[in-house]
Write a protein that binds this ligand. Structure first.
Ligand code: COA
Length: 167
């Protein structure tokens, strides 16, 4: 059975976003981003031992666009290719979601993923740094997430960014 793990990280200063020439990071631009995001999701989780079911655009709308916390500028996409090139591919993504409401609301790393052909180039680190900086700007000093103990790449990644287990 899948073991869900809760991790969190204390923010002690505002993270500064790293620069890269291999990819660019931008926020959600509208419905035209839904198809590429769904394709990325299929590719990124295809080889996980604990898989995820296929989603349709309707799932995307229900899971994100319909949530109280949803804002286009809280979802980041990493694109490969030179700036302004028409052949860009979405190779990574993450979103800043909220758990709880009102005073209890806390920021969570949601649906972080990188295309298998683009891993170990710092894309997830860059995406997460953007998210942490936004959380900091919103006044939060701790960021949370849920992952599966069986997702070993994710575990290694979060450990490298100093996320630690919470009971
Ligand atoms: C986890 C994931 C997002 C990491 O993406 P990535 O872009 O390859 O990660 P980065 O290149 O930014 O890695 C940063 C650091 O994390 C650690 N790390 C990342 N992947 C690792 C792996 N497979 N094994 C060991 N360490 C790893 C390393 O310390 C790495 O730094 P280094 O490459 O300089 O050694 C990616 O593997 C993925 O999409 N996995 C499938 C989806 C998933 O599990 N998402 C998380 C859901 S909670």
């Amino acid at each position: 059975m899948a073991t869900v793990q809760q991790l969190s990280k204390q923010l002690t200063e505002r993270p500064s976003e790293p620069e890269s020439s291999d990819f660019q990071i931008r926020t959600y631009g509208g419905p035209e981003d839904i198809g590429p995001w769904l394709e990325l999701r299929s590719a990124a989780f295809a080889r996980q031992r604990v898989g995820v079911r296929q989603w349709t655009p309707a799932d995307f709308e229900a899971e994100f666009l319909g949530r109280w916390w949803w804002q286009p500028e809280r979802m980041w996409l990493a694109e490969s290719g030179p700036e302004n090139s028409p052949q860009k591919q979405v190779v990574g993504a993450v979103m800043l979601a909220m758990r709880g409401e009102g005073e209890q609301a806390r920021p969570v790393v949601h649906w972080l993923m990188v295309h298998p052909g683009w891993r170990r180039r710092g894309i997830a680190r860059a995406l997460t740094t953007q998210l942490e900086a936004r959380a900091w700007d919103l006044g939060f000093r701790q960021v949370w997430l849920e992952t599966h103990a069986q997702w070993s790449e994710a575990a290694a990644f979060y450990e490298s960014l100093c996320y630690v287990a919470r009971s």
